[in-house]
Design a protein around this ligand. Structure first.
Ligand SMILES: O=C(O)c1cc(=O)[nH]c(=O)n1[C@@H]1O[C@H](COP(=O)(O)O)[C@@H](O)[C@H]1O
Length: 308
């Protein structure tokens, strides 16, 4: 799957992943009205609205991008109906040729991690039947429990040709509270990065490993150090757009070959119609066109990462 992701990035000339992180307040009124007319003001109605919203964004952007990253929390807030919308969104994006990065940030004791890995990346056998419960190609993994919390994901990745992005240095303001703590003369995030490089050696694709890392766009200097520690690991870079990251901050995350990183934007793309400069030009009915324009603008801005 890492090979397919790299191929998609090259073909579309866009190291961009659109984050499908829908809140009901992001969904244009006409979609909410139609969904409530069909299902009432219910969890089902809300989930129909977010699904239609996602579908519009996927339809308007799939030819420009290699991947989407649905954030499971946005769906879980609506319970079981939300998880159905999550799966429907993943399946639809996949039918459009997109790579799916499930942002689930899981990680637990070994046996529990194994169940997470099976559910999101693998297959489950029931009697004589084999099912793929969810259908992501990658998931995000929290490494706080150590190797035995990560390795079950790697085993499933090996069996299924799928991949993971492991949290190394997150984009949020408090990420340094634990991640920057010095241990034996180096920050914890560097120790995690060394483990990511080690875990990744065992599951190599053509040029890059099935094991990637998450490093926030909001910490470019750290990105430079981490790029060196993990030369064969793709870096998923969140924090662009709504959290303040810009194209020129991103140079350190890429390798010399222009590959090695994929940049996420969620609110910056999916809420574009609600924000400057797009809200002048696009009405809420044209929200998907605004998202498309925001992807095109992001693509242009990312060129600044490569200006020497
Ligand atoms: O793993 C992630 O994707 C992630 C890691 C991180 O360090 N920071 C971060 O913002 N994210 C996710 O990336 C998305 C960022 O959303 P926007 O700020 O709206 O672009 C959300 O789904 C976050 O959960």
């Amino acid at each position: 799957m890492i090979n397919q992701l790299v191929k998609g990035i090259k073909e579309k000339d866009a190291p961009i992943v659109v984050g499908l992180d829908p809140m009901l307040s992001y969904v244009p009124k006409h979609l909410v009205k139609d969904a409530f007319a069909a299902y009432g003001e219910t969890l089902e109605g809300a989930c129909e609205a977010i699904w239609q919203f996602n579908k519009g964004i996927i339809d308007a952007t799939y030819d420009l991008i290699p991947a989407v990253k649905p954030q499971v929390a946005m769906y879980e807030q609506f319970g079981v109906e939300g998880l159905k919308a999550f799966k429907k969104t993943c399946d639809y994006a996949k039918s459009k040729g997109l790579v799916i990065i499930g942002d689930i940030k899981r990680g637990d004791i070994g046996s529990t991690s194994e169940a997470y890995a099976i559910g999101h990346l693998g297959t489950v056998k029931i009697g004589e039947h084999v099912y793929s419960p969810f259908t992501e190609d990658f998931v995000t993994v929290n490494p706080y429990l150590g190797s035995d919390g990560v390795k079950p994901f790697l085993k499933v990745c090996k069996d299924t040709d799928k991949g993971v992005f492991i949290l190394v240095k997150t984009s949020n303001p408090s990420s340094g509270e634990f991640q920057d703590r010095q241990i034996d003369g180096k920050p914890l995030y560097e120790i995690v990065a060394e483990k990511v490089a080690e875990w990744g050696e065992d599951v190599m694709g053509e040029d890059y490993s099935y094991v990637g890392a998450v490093v926030g766009a909001t910490y470019p200097e750290m990105g430079a150090a981490l790029r060196k520690i993990m030369p064969k690991n793709y870096i998923l870079v969140p924090g662009y757009g709504a959290q303040g990251g810009t194209g020129k901050d991103l140079a350190p995350f890429f390798n010399e070959d222009g590959l090695g990183a994929i940049v996420n934007s969620s609110r910056g793309i999916i809420c574009a119609y609600q924000k400057d400069p797009y809200k002048e030009k696009f009405s809420s009915v044209d929200y998907a066109d605004a998202s498309r324009q925001a992807v095109l603008d992001m693509k242009e801005d990312l060129k600044n990462a490569f200006v020497k």
